[in-house]
Design a protein around this ligand. Structure first.
Ligand code: ZN
Length: 379
């Protein structure tokens, strides 16, 4: 008689913010799907048992902002092994491809990665560029092509990306934002807007965004930020958040200041989504490290474990309208799970300005399960 389960995650605490569950339970996986979550499943009913005692078991982590178009885009790196080694089962490439070169991303990255790779399609036709910037010349804008790509490839292309920093758009920030919204409307998909060092005011940016659009690099120290000169959350940002505009961390090398996180959280704004923005142009001394380290920073800054887990599971799934496929541990779903431990510190963490934060405990990924396959955590 064959075993009912290919894999049994035994004795962990199931933490599934989508349904508010935090409870010690076993999880059974067969045929690459989650087939049972129960207080106790027989240990001899599985081909392989992973002892998750002392660990949390969450839906597979979603890194909402990375750059994985290796070998093609100047920001790309080979993200696949980094992702499954750090609990990330789904990663969203933020604009490395535009309508011209998205087919290559789909064929050479999305189809060949262990990690599920999705993409936000850049409103500029070749994706984000470094120098010159992708929309310094608006002849490179292609909102119709970007919208068509999202409509025609909705299994991989899930939204639109635009960067508004001066080095990307020169003096075209206002037009770039409007062209991106136009593409978002034509494709009925969210727009992610990169802020920091923009000529357009924060008020104009957030007032232009629709509910469901995403501000990335929300705690960047580059001006203008979501916190004003007096250190208070801008009223326009609060209003935008209340009507459903989402705020995403997008850490990267330059875009996280602990002080701004404290001020914004003190004024009631928690990030909806926590993401790494790992890319291929970082020095080895970059402060990001990986997604679990970024999550640990927000845990230390005052978010609860449930809030941090939601910001890397159900919240990003909802942001792309995939909540029926990703971000929770429902029976029958593809078996994407992350098993992590809270390891006692102290551990010292840095932000983009070199400020230090001492974490009492850190999130350490032990195993990543992607479509039923088990990968060992790397830290
Ligand atoms: Zn980025």
């Amino acid at each position: 008689m064959s075993d009912p389960f290919d894999l049994l995650l035994a004795g962990g605490t199931i933490l599934d913010p989508a349904c508010g569950r935090r409870q010690e339970m076993d999880a059974g996986v067969s045929g690459g799907r989650i087939t049972a979550i129960q207080p106790s499943l027989p240990r001899n009913s599985a081909q392989r048992v992973v002892n998750a005692r002392g660990c949390y078991v969450t839906p597979g982590l979603i890194d909402f902002h990375i750059h994985s178009y290796w070998g093609v885009n100047p920001y790309g790196f080979d993200a696949d092994l980094v992702c499954v080694g750090s609990g990330v089962t789904t990663a969203i490439d933020a604009g490395s491809s535009g309508p011209v070169n998205f087919p290559g991303f789909e064929r050479f990255i999305a189809r060949q990665s262990r990690t599920r790779m999705l993409a936000l399609v850049c409103v500029a036709q070749h994706g984000v560029l470094s120098s010159p910037g992708e929309l310094e010349d608006l002849r490179f804008a292609n909102p119709d092509g970007a919208a068509r790509t999202v409509r025609d490839h909705s299994d991989v292309a899930v939204g639109i990306k635009v960067r508004l920093q001066r080095s990307s758009v020169g003096n075209n920030g206002r037009q770039a934002l409007r062209l991106a919204i136009q593409a978002g409307e034509a494709s009925r998909s969210p727009v992610m807007v990169h802020i920091g060092d923009t000529a357009v005011s924060m008020e104009e940016i957030v007032d232009t965004l629709r509910p469901g659009d995403v501000v990335t690099h929300c705690f960047t120290p580059l001006k203008p930020g979501i916190v004003d000169e007096a250190g208070r959350l801008r009223p326009a940002v609060r209003r935008a958040h209340e009507r459903g505009v989402l705020f995403d961390v997008g850490h990267a090398t330059r875009h996280l200041a602990f002080d701004l996180v404290r001020r914004a959280m003190g004024d009631g704004l928690l990030p909806d989504i926590i993401s790494s923005d790992l890319h291929g142009r970082m020095s080895t001394s970059n402060p990001v490290v990986d997604l679990p380290t970024t999550m640990t920073k927000f845990l230390t800054l005052g978010m609860s474990l449930e809030q941090v887990a939601a910001a890397c599971t159900i919240n990003p799934a909802r942001a792309i309208g995939w909540q029926d496929r990703l971000g929770s541990l429902e029976i029958g779903r593809e078996a994407d799970l992350t098993v992590f431990e809270l390891v006692d510190g102290p551990v010292s963490l840095r932000d983009s300005l070199g400020a230090e934060l001492t974490a009492k405990e850190r999130i350490a990924v032990r195993w990543t399960i992607r479509r039923g396959e088990v990968f060992q955590g790397s830290r």
